[in-house]
Design a protein around this ligand. Sequence first.
Ligand code: URA
Length: 201
Amino acid sequence: MDLIKLRINVADYDELVQLMLSCTKCDLHTTRKRVVPGEGPLNARIMIIGEAPGEKEDEEGRPFVGAAGQLLTKLLSNVGIRREEVYITNIVKCRPPGNRDPEPNEIEACKPYLITQIFMIKPQVIICLGRHSAREILVMAGYPEKSVSNISSIRGKVFNVRLGDLNVKVLPTYHPAAALYNPKLRGVIEDDLRKIRAIIN
Ligand code: URA
């Protein structure tokens, strides 16, 4: 996949956000309240990629502000990462109705936005939350889909990948929403996140 060809030609980040805010490339635009482009410093060394906005995110237009987001902020803080130092976004920028999984055509429609964000921010590490995010990023990096579809077997591993012209480390872990229902996963996510400090400079 030639990721560089998918990059959107924009003058700056603000122009990219404006494109996302007015996007009608898939049917999610008919049901969303607000687009959730992402937030965080544009020079962040760490980028977090979730799945899709939920109800609260759809209302506020900001990523990870609901219950899963609050848990994420706490888990990050427990391992010494401040949320404000991280750029946070999702695979798709609009809420799927009823929080269903995003459809392949919705992920595909949103992909140029995500790729352009990655190329602008140039993170050292991408943390993928949950199987959809991990599969999407690792397939983009050239891994066969079957080898990266099981989050339990790939979480906590650091993948050194090339995305277009960017060398980046990818760390998949469980989605914090899963840890809301299964508190045992909180410690696992923290153990995975703890690896970040050792691999960024
Ligand atoms: N879950 C996600 O994957 N992303 C959000 O922004 C909120 C919940």
